[in-house]
Every structure is written in C-alpha cells, then in structure tokens.
Design a binder for this molecule. Structure first.
Ligand SMILES: [Zn+2]
Length: 128
C-alpha cells in the first residue's frame, strides 16, 4: 500500500520546488478565502423570511432561537476574523513577508504554516 506511488498523487508539488510551493500557498489561501466567504454568506442569510429575531420579549419559545442566533453571530465574527487573517496572509505573499510574524518579525515555523497556511503571527505572538 505505502509502496504504491499512485497513493501519493502530488507529483507537481515535488517536481518544481520552492516557487511552486508559494503559488500552492496562494491557491490554498484563495480557496480558503472563498470557503470563508461562502460560510459568511450562509451565516448572514436569515434562517426565515422574517429576518431579525427580537430578543427579550418573553423567555420562552424565542430563547432557543435567540441562543442559536447568538452562536451564529459568534461564528460569523470568527469567520470574519479568519477572512481578515487570510487576506493579510495574501498581502504578505505579495510583500514577500509571508512566513514572517507580523508582530515580532520572527519566522513562523513551517509546521505551523502547514497546519495553518494563513498564519500571520508566530505561536508566542498568536497566543498573547
Ligand atoms: Zn511573533
């Protein structure tokens, strides 16, 4: 199984070295941005035709919907934050500062970028 080269269908990544890595990163970021924008559109689409839900009339039927709405708003904020992060990472690609921490200027470890290609901060700065 592991000896079967067809398992690793990643030919061009290995063939053309560093520059293609960077355009792969860009593609990954653009795909992520698209995904986030789709998700953002889903989250902002009202679940029913009435649009906004009124809070605090009565604690009852509305509560679970309101809670759901709050969760959705929080999720949306997180998506927006990620959109910004991805946009910043794309700008850094253009600036040639991709992989460099925005806060302290240290290189962001490769392992982190693999998991989180839109990372613009190193681990210590990101956890502040
Ligand atoms: Zn840093």
């Amino acid at each position: 199984m592991l000896n079967d080269p067809a398992v690793f269908d990643a030919g061009d990544i290995w063939m053309s070295g560093e520059t293609s890595d960077m355009s792969d990163v860009r593609e990954t970021l653009l795909a992520k941005q698209q995904e986030l924008q789709d998700r953002s559109a889903d989250l902002t689409a009202p679940p029913d035709a009435s649009g906004s839900i009124s809070f605090g009339k009565r604690v009852g039927d509305g509560t679970s919907m309101a809670v759901e709405r709050i969760t959705q708003v929080a999720a949306h904020e997180q998506v927006l934050f990620q959109v910004e992060e991805v946009a910043r990472a794309l700008a850094k690609l253009d600036d040639d500062t991709y992989g460099i921490c925005d806060t302290c200027g240290s290189p962001i470890p490769e392992g982190r970028l693999e998991i989180h290609p839109w990372a613009v901060l190193c681990v210590p700065c990101a956890s502040v």
